[in-house]
Design a protein around this ligand. Sequence first.
Ligand SMILES: Cc1ncc(COP(=O)(O)O)c(C=O)c1O
Length: 454
Amino acid sequence: MKKKDFTRRRFIATVSAGSVAAVAANAIPSFGNVTIIPQSKGMLAILGGSPVRKNREWPQWPYVDEKMVEAISRTTRSRIWCRIQSENGTVQAFEKEFAKLMDARLSVCTGSGTQALSTCVEALGFGPGDEIITSPLTDPGTLSSILTSRVLPVLADIDRDSFQIDPDDVERRINENTKAIMPVQIGGQPCNMDRIMSIAKKHNLKVIEDAAQAHLAVYKGKKVGNIGDLGCFSFQASKTIACGEGGAIIGNDEQLMDKCFTVQNHGTNKKGRTVLGGPKYRMNEFEATILLSQLDGVKERFDTRNRNAAYLNSRLSDFPGLVPQKLYEGTESGSYYLYMTTYKKEHFNDAPRDKFLKALAAEGVSLSTYLPNGLHKEPWPDHILSLREYQKMYSQARLKNYREELTCPNCDRVIDDIAMIWASGPLIGSTEDMDDIIDAIMKVHENRDQLNKI
Ligand SMILES: Cc1ncc(COP(=O)(O)O)c(C=O)c1O
């Protein structure tokens, strides 16, 4: 029998996964010449059964250790709290380390990922009359960074399986006012960056990577964020590198990165001359202290998330009910800020997703939806289209056609079907933790005829 080297737990789990497909086909599975009777996992916890996971905590997030606590005390006592108080402060130290970590020449930190993106839009000189193409499946901060400069954000639809911006739809939406593409590396996994970069080259567009979720992800040998003209990261509390609120830009063009510094420093350059108008988006020393002192274990945690994601993917590979996010060819690793799947209700007795999620939560495993809507469905377009700047800087025909083209049907389907894990904490767990996730999913599947009773 081929599977006899498996540990008992993995053996049972593997057989259970096999049995699920077999039960669906009304057959008892067999491996070699051994017939396996499906393991019953019992009644759903939400209907009074015993949960798959009890009395065990998931790894907590954000990450905290004693070194970070001591570093914060040191910064507090130093009375150097703002980056301009010292030429060699902690913000500068973190910028150097972060650039190194991302294989970039330079980094400029800001107070958030939104501020990092907004700094890039300004530094590249985009303003009213210009258009930037981005994804509707993203945090509102992406949109905000474009709107702050009174640029028109054009939303291209996404791919149904990868949840990433669809390069064909990007190309369809380019016009003479398009200045840049802002691909969002959703979940922390890479977009189809080869296609995005070749479209940008063909149409002479800049690429600002929204890598807010994608720390350390690698695509075709390059760190995500280091492929376009500029790349932006978020260090908001839920991210895989976190300090509460914070952000960073990375880039290799010294002049452009100097301009980013000046923009985020209220228009004042490194020589202290105020040379342009700009917001004050500076990171403070406390944020940089938290970031710098957590870099030590970052690569190990990143490797663990990738190992666990690969394990979950392999355990789900023959199971049609939850389909993991498609990864593009050339994806060497992801950040796994989110572990995303598509819920296929036809394999769960047509039970709506919220019943599946509730049943799973009662088993001690939390999967969730992402956003309530794609950003194309939020009310902001009515607001911006009524603003004087937009009315002045764009033709009536363009604004009418813009409103009509704010449709992203693939994104609508993805929003309805996503079942995902906020993965920064859970995916640094043990293999047993991952087995709990799969066992809970399989238990709910086994009991799918009960889901409509919830
Ligand atoms: C894809 C994406 N873009 C932009 C942002 C904005 O970053 P921040 O919250 O740090 O402003 C986020 C934050 O969640 C994000 O996930």
